[in-house]
Write a protein that binds this ligand. Structure first.
Ligand code: PLP
Length: 396
């Protein structure tokens, strides 16, 4: 691995996960449509089942296409190993329910992917795993919420949809000092921009549905991290809940990863240009973008996001109605949920992703009624700016 680590990320994404000695030299890893694998004989079968020998024996427990994706992600995140699952939520729930048990406690950010918060509040809670939600923009927020039974510090940075920044090194240190785990949702940054394991985190999770896949055509999830964490997920949630990724989906994510570096470079560039335009626009009352020098987390983001600030920008157009007018008047940008694809996607959080929350819960999570989340694609920045300005002009 150390040899691979010396190569540029631009080179590694192209070759990650490839094993030249396998698949008859196919440069594109084949899609293994197999739910079971013939065993050479009883002794070898036993060795494979006992994990004394590497090998495959049942679809839910992996196949060579899934393994190629897992080794690619372990390489790109600088992890010991990785596991690929059917969605980002399979990764979130798989980590939480594999690492924790009844009576344990999690500290998680107030601003973050709303389904993660809902999972902690309504599912983990049912199993006696409690959560405290903290501001997370200051690592002290985690330190002061620690309880005797705290076992996991959950970080999401930049956060969805407010682009809050959490200091990964500082929160990981709190976890390491206590001998508990720190897991980072690295979906927004991707390993191109940010590598939490190198900052002391124990594992990262991804919605591979977003930037890793990158083409709005697949649902998947990844957990990458230290061997002990991945083994617990592999032998815990993955095995018993049965949420591994399908071979087709694994192949699509692998195919997406080959252009991850090129895409992220362009996402970073376009988002910077658009955030800059929005900051000076009279119809925009606030812009949330960690690349802006006046963003609260700008300095920390500059330290831990090595190549750029990502392709996500959110901004406020003042009211629920103005938010609707904006999304109804974009022509190039697509009105949709999800993010991280090659095409620019806009969404109005209050009427879409955060519509399931009560207005009170929305306010507490910092979701203003006019908040627009923009997943900036890889189109020409000037074309996007013209489209966004056109829609903003319709707000009265
Ligand atoms: C989308 C998303 C998830 C969930 O991923 P799915 O693939 O939709 O299950 C988790 N975290 C973040 C930050 C996301 O944006």
């Amino acid at each position: 691995m150390s040899e691979k680590q010396d190569l540029s990320f631009f080179t590694r994404v192209v070759h990650a996960g490839a094993d030249d000695g396998e698949h008859h030299g196919a440069l594109s890893v084949p899609i293994y449509h197999a739910s079971t694998f013939e065993l050479p004989d009883a002794d070898e079968g036993a060795a494979i089942h006992n994990e004394e020998k590497p090998g495959y024996y049942y679809g839910r427990l992996g196949n060579p296409t899934q393994s190629a994706l897992e080794s690619a992600m372990a390489d790109l995140e600088g992890a010991d190993s990785a596991i690929a699952l059917a969605s980002g939520m399979a990764a979130v729930s798989g980590v939480v329910l594999s690492l924790l048990k009844t009576g344990d406690h999690i500290i998680a950010p107030v601003s973050g992917y709303s389904t993660t918060a809902n999972f902690l509040n309504y599912i983990a809670e049912n199993f006696g795993i409690s959560s405290t939600f903290v501001d997370a923009r200051d690592s002290e927020d985690y330190a002061s919420a620690l309880q005797e039974n705290t076992r996991l510090l959950w970080v999401e940075t930049p956060s969805n949809p407010l682009l809050n920044i959490t200091d990964i090194a500082a929160v990981s240190k709190i976890a390491n000092d206590r001998g508990i785990h720190c897991v980072v949702d690295n979906t927004f940054a991707t390993p191109f921009n940010q590598q939490p394991l190198s900052l002391g985190a124990h594992a990262v999770i991804h919605s591979a549905t977003k930037y890793l896949g990158g083409h709005s055509d697949v649902t998947g999830g990844i957990v990458a991290g230290r061997k002990d964490v991945i083994e617990r997920v592999r032998k815990g949630a993955n095995k018993y809940f049965g949420g591994n990724i399908s071979p087709n989906a694994a192949w699509l994510v692998l195919r997406g990863i080959k252009t991850l570096a090129l895409r992220m470079e362009r996402h970073n560039f376009n988002a910077f240009a658009i955030a800059n335009m929005l900051s000076g626009h009279s119809r925009v009352s606030a812009v949330h973008y960690p690349g802006s020098s006046d963003h609260k987390g700008h300095e920390i983001a500059g330290r831990q996001m090595s190549k750029g600030f990502g392709g996500m920008v959110s901004f406020d157009v003042g009211s629920f109605d103005a938010g609707k007018v904006f999304v109804n008047n974009v022509r190039l940008c697509k009105l949709a949920t999800s993010l991280g694809g090659v095409e620019t996607i806009v969404q109005h959080s209050a009427s879409m992703t955060h519509a399931t929350l009560t207005p009170d819960e929305r306010a507490r999570a910092g979701i203003s009624e006019g908040l627009i989340r923009l997943s900036v694609g890889i189109e020409d920045a000037d074309d996007l700016i013209a489209d966004i300005q056109f829609a903003l002009e319709h707000i009265r």
